[in-house]
Design a protein around this ligand. Structure first.
Ligand SMILES: NC(=O)c1ccc[n+]([C@@H]2O[C@H](COP(=O)([O-])OP(=O)(O)OC[C@H]3O[C@@H](n4cnc5c(N)ncnc54)[C@H](OP(=O)(O)O)[C@@H]3O)[C@@H](O)[C@H]2O)c1
Length: 438
């Protein structure tokens, strides 16, 4: 690491949306950043796949390095910023070699942190270098800093929120226009709001990556991405959105993590699932590509972090905030607590949870089917608050049956669904969305 008054020298691996944004930000705010950091932040080395690509920024002042894996080994680099993406491959090799070379690493790569964060944090702690990833969760929102620093004195038992801007854009557009999922997704792709391969976003994987990182930081537990029960928004229909609206709800993809104290100790529940959110809940007003995170601290009360979850400027802002911390000499444990001291938290199923749920079924249009459905709910001990049967759907000749349950254990709704699964009265498995409580 350079002397405190000397510039902090940065290598940028990846010059796409975020990489180009970091160059623009560091150039535009250089003087302000140097004052706040106590020393200049200077990009020295850059690299991407295609050297000839026009990225809308002048790359002439920087040294080009073809091999991002060795950036951290160069003498003219103090910190490598990994902005390539992918959980493994060159991003992971770059991260490992950088830390092993005794250099700090900043990344926006939630997939890599979700899969390999504990290993990388362990290496960084051993090498006494910083590993920082503010931009990996909720883009420009300083939620990791907020939890690690602002809320550091609190016991946090629950953290939840809207963690994927693409899904939120699709859901709020379906809400505003009444159009169906596939149609809105195609438009989002054409406008560049959704990736050409949107699977990570719409199937809930991206939100699950972020949730697992948040949970580890909020609870001081071992990061457990594989323990997130993740569902996306692909099964939603325009009719679900309209039905929710008529009942006083919007639909949002919610990532939810909480700890539960059992006789065996603390266990961790992590789930990503579309929820019905009451109109008067703060998350109901989070529209478009915005993200929001709620954390409940035992002394702070409910904290709400909201802002742009992605995009060049906001994501670059989070990356450079990490660089400023490093320039100031901060080398805190990446997950707040040293990796060895993170609590191993066994996985909890939804057995402890109770609440109300929305269940939608596509049922055969013939006598007796409604009785079969209500019998399954009765046998599982679920009490139905309202049941709405819509006209025949255009596909499969099925009718849509939507119901809202009374407050009760989630496990009972799960049991009703199990009883109905495979029934030839249903054209597809029931869709369950829980209703977000207070
Ligand atoms: N975009 C956002 O709003 C956002 C928000 C939060 C977090 N992130 C995360 O930030 C990271 C970067 O995202 P992005 O949107 O900036 O991605 P991007 O626009 O696709 O840019 C990726 C960059 O990596 C380079 N690259 C790819 N494979 C490479 C390789 N094998 N060797 C060297 N360079 C390689 C590409 O080079 P070429 O340009 O030459 O092809 C490109 O410059 C990802 O981890 C993403 O999840 C992004």
């Amino acid at each position: 690491m350079a002397e405190p008054s000397k510039p902090l020298r940065i290598a940028l691996a990846g010059l796409g949306t975020v990489g180009a944004g970091v160059i623009r930000l560091v150039e535009a705010n250089a003087a302000l950043i140097a004052r706040r950091a106590g020393r200049p932040i200077q990009i020295t080395v850059i690299g991407a796949r295609d050297r000839s690509k026009d990225r809308g920024v002048n790359l002439a002042p920087y040294v080009w390095e073809d091999d991002m894996v060795i950036m951290g080994e160069r003498d003219d680099v103090d910190v490598v910023v990994e902005l390539v993406g992918g959980s493994d491959g060159p991003a992971l090799s770059c991260a490992r070699t950088t830390i092993e070379a005794g250099k700090a690493l900043v990344t926006a790569n939630k997939a890599m942190i979700a899969h390999h964060g504990l290993e990388l944090a362990g290496k960084a702690e051993a090498a006494k270098v910083a590993l920082k990833f503010e931009a990996a969760v909720a883009g420009g929102i300083p939620v990791i800093k907020g939890l690690r620093e602002g809320a550091a004195a609190n016991e946090i038992e629950r953290v939840y929120g809207i963690l994927n801007g693409t899904c939120n854009y699709i859901l709020s557009t379906m809400e505003d226009t009444g159009r169906d999922f596939a149609d809105v997704l195609a438009e989002a792709q054409a406008k560049g709001y959704a990736e050409a391969d949107p699977a990570f976003d719409i199937e809930g994987t991206d939100a699950a990556h972020k949730l697992s990182i948040l949970a580890a930081i909020a609870f001081g537990g071992k990061l457990d991405f594989a323990g997130v029960d993740a569902a996306g928004i692909t099964r939603l229909r325009a009719a679900d959105i309209a039905q929710a609206d008529s009942l006083g709800y919007v639909i949002r993809l919610i990532g939810m993590a909480e700890t539960v104290t059992t006789a065996q100790g603390k266990v961790l529940f992590q789930r990503v699932q579309p929820h019905l959110v009451p109109f008067d809940h703060p998350l109901a007003h989070v529209d478009g590509a915005t993200n929001a995170v709620v954390a409940e601290g035992n002394f702070s009360g409910r904290l709400l972090f909201q802002g742009a979850g992605a995009g060049e400027g906001p994501t670059a802002s989070a990356v450079v905030a990490d660089l400023i911390d490093i320039a100031r000499g901060e080398i805190a444990a990446p997950f707040s607590v040293p990796v060895e001291e993170l609590e191993p938290m066994p996985r909890a199923d939804a057995g402890h949870r109770s609440g109300r749920a929305y269940v939608r079924l596509m049922a055969a249009d013939r006598p007796g089917v409604l009785a079969e459905i209500t019998a399954a709910f009765r046998d599982a001990g679920v009490s139905i608050e309202s049941l709405i049967q819509k006209g025949r759907s255009s596909d499969q000749g099925a009718v849509m049956v939507a119901m809202v349950t009374h407050e009760g254990p989630e496990s009972a709704v799960g049991e009703a669904v199990r009883l109905l699964n495979g029934s030839d009265s249903l054209a597809e498995p029931p869709l369950v969305m829980h209703i977000l409580g207070d």
